[in-house]
Design a protein around this ligand. Structure first.
Ligand code: 5GP
Length: 186
C-alpha cells in the first residue's frame, strides 16, 4: 500500500534551508532526502550522487524528453530536476520523502500530486537585510550573483501563499523544531 508522504521545502537562496534540512534529518533519520539532478558545476565540497547528480545539459534534456522528472526548473542560470522514479520508490515503501527545491518545482508538484499526501513548506528570512548578510557571509557567490539572488528573493517570497506552512528562519533551533513538528504532524 502507498502510505508515504511527500514534503516539499522551498526558500529564497541564503535563507538557511539546507542547514535546516540537515538538522531536521539528524533529528529524524527516517526522512529520505531526494537527490536532485542538475546541470550546475559541482562546488568544491559537493559529491556526485550525494549532493546532486551532476549532468551535462544534453543528458538533462534527454531525461526531460523521457519524462524522468517529477518536476524540473531553470533556477539562477542552471537546470534542476527531481527524479520521478526515486521519489515513487520511496513513497511506495511508505517513507517520508523530502524535496528541497525551488518554488517553481513546488508549484508543479502541487498541480500534479495527490492532495493529502503532500505538504508544502516555505522558509523565509526574518528580513531582506538579514538575507543579504547571510548571502555575503556564506562567501559562496560572486557579488553580482548575490545581487541577483536578493532581487529574486522579493519575487520568490510573494509565492509563499501557495504553501501550506511558512517558517521564519530567525532563531535556527526554533525553526528546526517547527519543521520537525510540521513533518511529524501531517
Ligand atoms: P543550489 O545551486 O544553490 O544548490 O540550488 C539553487 C536552487 O535550486 C535552490 O533554490 C534549490 O532548492 C533549487 N533546487 C535544487 N534541486 C532542485 C530540483 O530538483 N528542482 C527544482 N525545481 N529546484 C531545485
Amino acid at each position: 500500500m502507498n502510505t508515504g508522504h511527500l514534503y516539499v521545502i522551498s526558500a529564497p537562496s541564503g535563507t538557511g534551508k539546507t542547514s535546516l534540512v540537515k538538522a531536521l534529518i539528524e533529528k529524524d533519520p527516517s526522512i529520505r532526502l531526494s537527490v536532485s539532478t542538475t546541470t550546475r558545476e559541482p562546488r568544491a565540497s559537493e559529491v556526485n550522487g550525494k549532493d546532486y547528480f551532476f549532468v551535462k545539459k544534453e543528458d538533462f534534456d534527454k531525461q526531460i524528453n523521457n519524462n524522468e522528472f517529477l518536476e524540473w526548473a531553470y533556477v539562477y542560470g542552471n537546470f534542476y530536476g527531481t527524479s520521478a522514479t526515486l521519489v515513487k520508490n520511496s513513497i511506495n515503501r511508505g517513507e517520508k520523502v523530502l524535496l528541497e527545491i525551488d518554488w517553481q518545482g513546488a508549484l508543479q508538484i502541487k498541480q500534479r500530486y495527490t492532495k493529502g499526501r503532500l505538504t508544502l513548506i516555505f522558509v523565509v528570512p526574518p528580513s531582506l537585510e538579514i538575507l543579504k548578510e547571510r548571502l555575503q557571509k556564506r562567501g559562496q557567490d560572486k557579488v553580482s550573483v548575490i545581487a541577483e539572488r536578493l532581487a529574486a528573493a522579493t519575487e520568490e517570497m510573494a509565492k509563499s501563499d501557495n504553501f501550506d506552512y511558512v517558517i521564519i528562519n530567525d532563531k535556527f533551533d526554533t525553526a528546526v523544531s517547527e519543521l520537525y513538528r510540521i513533518i511529524n504532524c501531517s
